[in-house]
Design a protein around this ligand. Structure first.
Ligand SMILES: [Mg+2]
Length: 253
């Protein structure tokens, strides 16, 4: 009898899902330690980068910093998902992120608000601005809501405003990725340092806030599986990985 299981893709058993700037990247020595540790394990830890950068910018950083090419790349604050050896765009997520999305309307509303400057981005999967402090950002948020524009509002670092499609964001994209690519009982660690990481850190998976995190994260309420590292960037990720998964990964012979 012919097997119908020949083409099943192996699901991920160990996964680090991490923001790039200020989390995975930012402390070279800590990153070397983390990667050496992963290399020493009997099982491979899959990598998902979850970044606010667009794809070309993320790939540029990966080259410059000589980072491992990830198994999964989530860019544009969770509005695009790429996977596989060629990092091909995930059609299911793309469909979700484009069906109810009107970037023109967002830009139109923002034009009437002072203290908000549009960021120049290569695509319109999200619309991002620089805000002069919290007040213009708040005005934009209120205007979008009162005009009934479906969106997700994300404010980071006291300056960066990302307007995403409804149901977008790093958290929702990561939930989708884990559901699609990871085993049900996979060992997962989520890592971040700023406001646009908050939703993914709060999904309830083992998560780490690195010690150099922005105030908006340091002040955030936690959950049972949220670890606050004493080390910055990748060193903090290693500290948290040991805390949550240090034994399970080593036992396997
Ligand atoms: Mg960051």
């Amino acid at each position: 009898m012919k097997s119908t299981r020949c083409c099943t893709v192996q699901k991920i058993r160990y996964l680090l899902a991490t923001d790039l700037d200020g989390t995975f990247v930012g402390d070279e020595e800590g990153l070397r330690e983390l990667l050496d540790y992963y290399d020493s394990l009997p099982e491979r830890v899959a990598l998902a980068y979850v970044t606010g950068r667009h794809r070309a910018s993320a790939m540029g950083l990966i080259r410059e910093e000589r980072l491992p090419v990830p198994d999964i790349l989530i860019t544009d604050v969770g509005t695009s998902v790429y996977s596989g050896p060629d990092l091909a765009e995930d059609p299911g997520w793309k469909q979700r992120m484009t069906e109810n999305w009107d970037p023109q309307a967002v830009r139109g509303i923002a034009r009437g608000i002072s203290g908000i400057r549009l960021q120049n981005l290569p695509d319109t999967r999200r619309v991002s601005f620089f805000s002069e402090g919290g007040e213009p950002a708040e005005k934009l948020k209120n205007a979008l809501t009162s005009d009934g524009i479906p969106h997700t509002f994300i404010f980071s670092s006291g300056r960066d405003v990302d307007i995403l499609p409804e149901g977008g964001g790093k958290g929702e994209a990561l939930r989708y990725v884990i559901g699609k690519f990871a085993e049900v009982d996979a060992s997962i660690l989520v890592a971040g340092d700023s406001g646009n990481d908050l939703d993914m850190l709060m999904l309830g998976y083992p998560s780490v806030i690195v010690s150099n995190a922005r105030p908006e994260l340091l002040e955030a309420e936690g959950h049972d599986a949220l670890f606050r590292a004493t080390r910055p960037c990748a060193g903090g990720i290693l500290e948290a990985w040991m805390h949550f998964h240090g034994n399970t990964a080593d036992i396997k012979g």
